[in-house]
Write a protein that binds this ligand. Structure first.
Ligand code: PRX
Length: 647
């Protein structure tokens, strides 16, 4: 058990937004008197009309309402309310892939968002309509997200690394009125196609309009009448149309964001207006220790929840300066992130363990080339950070000067739930430590019994919090079924965690069939579905194995059709197929062709056995007496010697 403790430097503690006593008083209030606590916190937002009731609902029904009767607008909170004081402050710094830059003041952001809102309105998008945004990391991505919030349209951002097929599923599920995309994007100095995926995704789907941003100028298919250029629309639209910020009820939907679960189909997680914004707002203030002079950089793509909450809504709701980066960490060289930090004097940097590990491998020279003196706080999210990577982040990147916040949360929680507050208690490498306001983590055993003291179990949350999901889009029963039914009265996170004797939490990983590959959440069933859709494959089972960079890597076992010879070429093609079906990030790293999968007598695939074999652990295979054919074990072990490894 690690006793390694890191205290924040005194200078950090003295200037921090919170101290230990305040944390304790606030967290006690949040848990014991949530209505009083959250009513006070909600005063930080700008309301058109105050709420009449702070919270109603409970976990036994899945009916959750925060700030009933209240009215506000998220974009107004993120832009308009800062204009009186901060119109000329930089809101967004955009660093393009090729090193060019653009900065937008709050006034410019207001103008751009109003223009985008006017375009949406002119295309008859109105409150409650869904809009799918499929854009690379360009400023229009930020503008359109905020424009939707401004007019009350429900945005669903789809990460531009998702395939046409994944986009197709999302379009079918949320039936958007409009899709916003770009002709293409830039990655590693090369252009990639974006609009092409939209064209494919719209196969057999009618949609009135696709709004296209010209980013690369590459040649694209154009369906006249349907497809419209962003710049042409912007030139022609009545800009006054965008000015009015729609009055939204606290519980009106703000966005849908698809994420993976144990089933083959991604779930459209629904977040609503007031509670989500409040969660983003206060967690950003305390955990990122926000100061008006900060230059803040969250490296996540806006297509994921981290980008929503900590690149867009959290920072902008405070009038912060937030950086939007189009490129990747190791192009043109592995010093890119540190060069950007110096270029803009970034003070707070929030990234992912997988990125840290990847850059750690490249050696310290790339880091040492730059000063990084502006940095004062570092963060990570998305997967457990191994202590070795933590220490490198701390020692080399932050030069022992910058505390690290290892933040645990999920698409569903909307904002950070467990995280160090370095001015209140010491950091422990690999531990997300303690709950943030309103989060009441508990550990349960398989039977649903509460575990006390030092323990390992299912991580659940025992109390409702404002930024929690309100449901799964288009499926009324899914929220209750998936999150609240396994252990009545508890929200099931799907993670396993350990609590140490000081009460600090250590996230172990998922307890369900969800994988976490390079911080990306992918359901085993999704990858299996993609594999069996490959013409030569009859059956597939997917597990993950530890990976030094990605944290976890996908290992697929698949059976081929009769008379098909297993080859490395067909394995390579099957990997590419998955990339095409879901996205490159979901591609298996290993494919093991097998003659049979290990099934129990009742026909269930024994995944724990596959996990062992994939990890090369051939002894201590656990109870295999329920296997229909025990001989399959030897077969799988011998076949594993010739596993295909993708590059
Ligand atoms: O398993 C946990 C892991 O990421 C899952 C949530 O994934 P997603 O909804 O895509 O959101 C990721 C960004 C918030 C969790 O169930 N996870 C997230 N943060 C951490 C983590 N695992 C360990 N430590 C973390 N700090």
């Amino acid at each position: 058990m690690s006793q390694e403790l890191y205290d924040a430097p005194n200078s950090f503690i003295q200037n921090a937004n919170i101290d230990k006593a305040t944390y304790e008083a606030m967290q006690t209030a949040a848990l014991l008197e949530p209505d009083v606590f959250w009513a006070q916190q909600a005063e930080r937002l700008t309301w058109f009309k105050p709420w009449t009731q702070v919270f109603t609902g409970d976990f036994s029904t899945g009916e959750i309402n925060w700030f009933t009767g209240g009215e506000l607008n998220v974009a107004y909170n993120c832009i308009d309310r800062h204009l009186a004081q901060c119109a000329q402050k930089t809101a967004v710094i955009w660093e393009a892939e090729n090193g060019e830059q653009k900065t937008f003041t709050y006034q410019m952001l207001y103008d751009e968002v109003c223009a985008a809102a006017a375009m949406l309105r002119s295309l008859t998008v109105k409150k409650g309509d869904r809009v799918i945004i499929y854009l690379p990391m360009i400023p229009q991505l930020m503008f359109t997200v905020l424009a939707c919030a401004r007019i009350g349209a429900v945005h669903s951002v789809v990460f531009a690394g998702f395939s046409a097929e994944s986009l197709h599923l999302r379009i079918k599920d949320c039936t958007p009125k409009l899709i916003i995309t770009a002709d293409g994007g830039y990655r590693r100095g090369q252009q990639f196609a974006v609009k092409k995926q939209v064209d494919q995704a719209l196969d057999a789907i009618n949609i009135a309009h696709v709004l296209v941003v010209k980013r690369t100028g590459q040649e694209i298919f154009w369906q006249s009448g349907r497809d419209l250029w962003w710049h042409e629309q912007k030139d022609n639209v009545d800009l006054n149309l965008g000015i009015h910020a729609e009055i939204m009820s606290a519980e009106d939907p703000l966005f849908i964001l698809y994420t993976s679960g144990s089933t083959g189909k991604p779930k459209g997680i629904l977040h609503t207006t007031a509670g989500y914004l409040l969660g983003a707002h206060i967690s950003f203030y305390y955990i990122m220790d926000y100061k008006p002079t900060d230059i803040y950089w969250c490296t996540a793509d806006i297509g994921w929840i981290t980008g929503h909450t900590y690149l867009v809504y959290g920072p902008l709701s405070h009038g912060a300066t937030t950086l939007l980066f189009e490129g990747v960490p190791n192009y043109p060289d592995p010093g890119r992130f540190w060069q950007i930090i110096d270029k803009y004097q970034v003070s707070v940097f929030y990234s992912a363990p997988t990125v840290i590990r990847m850059l750690m491998r490249e050696g310290d020279e790339w880091v040492k080339k730059y000063q990084r003196l502006s940095l004062r706080l570092l963060g990570t999210v998305g997967e457990p950070i191994n202590p070795e990577a933590w220490r490198w982040y701390y020692d080399v990147i932050g030069e022992k000067r910058c505390p690290i916040v290892d933040t645990w949360w999920q698409t569903e929680t909307g904002s950070i739930m467990i995280s160090p507050l370095p001015s209140c208690w010491p950091q422990k490498p690999g531990s997300a430590t303690r709950p943030f306001f309103g989060a009441k983590p508990v550990l349960l055993d398989e039977a649903g019994q509460l575990l006390t003291g030092e323990a390992t179990g299912y991580l659940c949350l025992a109390q409702a919090w404002p930024s929690m999901l309100r449901g799964v889009y288009g499926d009324k029963t899914a929220f209750y079924q998936l999150y609240l039914s396994k252990f009545p009265h508890y929200y099931l996170t799907g993670d396993k965690a350990r609590r140490d004797k000081e009460g600090d939490y250590w996230i172990i990983g998922r307890s369900d069939d969800v994988m976490n590959v390079a911080g990306h959440r992918i359901g085993s069933a999704e990858v299996e579905n993609a594999l069996v859709a490959y013409p030569l494959i009859t059956e597939a089972a997917v597990v993950c194995v530890p990976d030094p960079i990605k944290g976890e890597a996908i290992y697929a076992f698949a059976t081929l059709q009769k008379d098909v010879t297993p080859t490395a070429q067909s394995a390579k093609e099957a990997c590419e197929w998955v990339a095409m079906e879901i996205g490159k990030f979901a591609q298996p790293s290993y494919i093991q062709w097998t003659n049979a999968l290990p099934k129990t007598r009742s026909g269930k695939i024994m995944r724990r056995l596959l996990r062992k074999i994939a990890a090369g652990e051939y002894t201590d295979l656990g109870d295999i007496s329920t296997l229909a054919d025990p001989a399959v074990v030897e077969l799988l072990i011998s076949e594993s010697k010739s596993v295909y490894k993708s590059k």
